[in-house]
Design a protein around this ligand. Structure first.
Ligand SMILES: [Zn+2]
Length: 57
């Protein structure tokens, strides 16, 4: 398996661990997959929710 570089979501520290060795926060893959329908779906939902929220205000 290729090396999977991850990045801390809190301090942006690069690591290969699931948790940051510096602050203990969760890490995410530094290089996202090219094809990610789930991510696109989430972005669409967030955008929709944000627009609806602005309209109600
Ligand atoms: Zn960190």
């Amino acid at each position: 398996m290729k090396s999977m570089i991850r990045k801390c979501t809190a301090c942006n520290r690069f690591t290969m661990l699931d948790a940051c060795s510096r602050c203990g926060s969760d890490t995410v893959l530094a290089i996202p997959p090219k094809y990610s329908p789930v991510d696109r779906f989430q972005k669409f939902r967030l955008r929709e929710m944000k627009e609806n929220g602005e309209n109600t205000n």
